[in-house]
Design a protein around this ligand. Structure first.
Ligand SMILES: Cc1cc2nc3c(=O)[nH]c(=O)nc-3n(C[C@H](O)[C@H](O)[C@H](O)COP(=O)(O)OP(=O)(O)OC[C@H]3O[C@@H](n4cnc5c(N)ncnc54)[C@H](O)[C@@H]3O)c2cc1C
Length: 265
């Protein structure tokens, strides 16, 4: 089971840029996706409200160990959000997401009640290759920041120093991982301390371990799993379309196997 770690660099701009959803702007040879979003949270109120993908309320508890995912932790998120530095949110952010993380985690059933969530641990950056790729991604973003185009966007037109944007990105980070004083000096520490999820968890039911090649659950008749849990690697940047395509593909295949031409698909 794995989750793609994501780290964001916030870039305040002189004037609000055009609003955009997350857009993929680069796929590097190292397997790091560089994506960007801009034009959000311009008012002082909205900084404390809902940030969509950067929202404190959704899913960021996955970055701390299961036993720490308590109501108090969720309340701490809400509290931290009140103190977010609003000037950081006047612009946009560039994020990097590790494609095909090598770090793996595990899923444990807490009890036999199907209504209860299992405990999932992702172990972000436990594999050194993921950490190296994160550092590579941040350095790539630094190169982007140093371009004339980006310098022009800054308040004085002279550009922002990397140390400053790293510092702002630590301050604007919403996970509950304790921060370190060397977060802006060590990119390794920055990656570990500011990692957040992009909610592309996958791989809880791998082929050959939980399901067979036809996605039938091993040892159980009449049950298949066709969803993100069968992925050994979350495809591309956004998995939803592939999940839906897999579902349709398998549905059509099963119908054809059972009904032949009468399936009508
Ligand atoms: C906040 C957020 C934003 C996202 N944004 C994007 C995006 O912009 N683009 C993109 O491509 N992907 C996005 N994703 C990822 C995408 O939603 C998932 O990859 C995709 O939904 C996975 O599909 P799935 O069928 O594997 O799992 P899910 O969609 O999670 O479906 C699992 C279903 O099982 C149900 N369930 C769980 N336990 C039980 C039980 N015991 N009994 C019965 N039912 C149960 C759940 O209620 C749920 O309906 C986002 C995810 C999140 C959380």
């Amino acid at each position: 089971m794995a989750d793609n770690p994501m780290n964001s660099i916030f870039i305040p701009t002189r004037s609000p840029p055009r609003q955009s959803l997350i857009e993929t702007v680069g796929i590097t040879e190292e397997g790091v996706f560089i994506e960007a979003s801009s034009g959000f949270g311009q008012s002082s109120e909205s900084v404390h409200c809902h940030h969509g993908i950067m929202s404190a309320e959704i899913g960021q508890l996955s970055t701390i160990p299961p036993k720490q995912r308590t109501l108090e932790a969720a309340q701490k998120y809400a509290h931290n959000k009140l103190n977010l530095p609003k000037e950081v949110f006047h612009g946009g952010f560039i994020l990097e997401k590790i494609d095909g993380p090598m770090s793996t985690g595990h899923l444990v059933l807490t009890d036999t009640d199907v209504r209860n969530n299992p405990a999932v641990t992702f172990n972000y950056f436990s594999h050194p290759q993921d950490l190296n790729r994160c550092i590579y991604g941040i350095k790539t973003i630094e190169r982007i920041l140093k371009t004339n185009r980006f310098s022009e966007l800054s308040a004085d037109g002279a550009g922002l120093s990397m140390e400053r944007v790293l510092n702002m990105s630590v301050q604007a980070n919403v996970n509950l991982i304790p921060k370190h004083t060397n977060d802006t000096e060590s990119l390794e520490q920055f990656c570990k301390d500011t990692v957040i999820t992009i909610w592309h968890y996958h791989g809880g039911c791998h082929v050959g371990k939980v399901v067979d090649q036809h996605y039938r659950v091993l040892g159980v008749s009449g049950l298949r799993v066709v969803d993100g849990s069968i992925f050994s690697k979350s495809p591309g940047t956004n998995p939803q379309a592939t999940v839906m395509m897999m579902g349709r593909y398998m549905g059509v295949k099963i119908l054809r196997e059972r009904l032949g031409r009468a399936a009508g698909v």
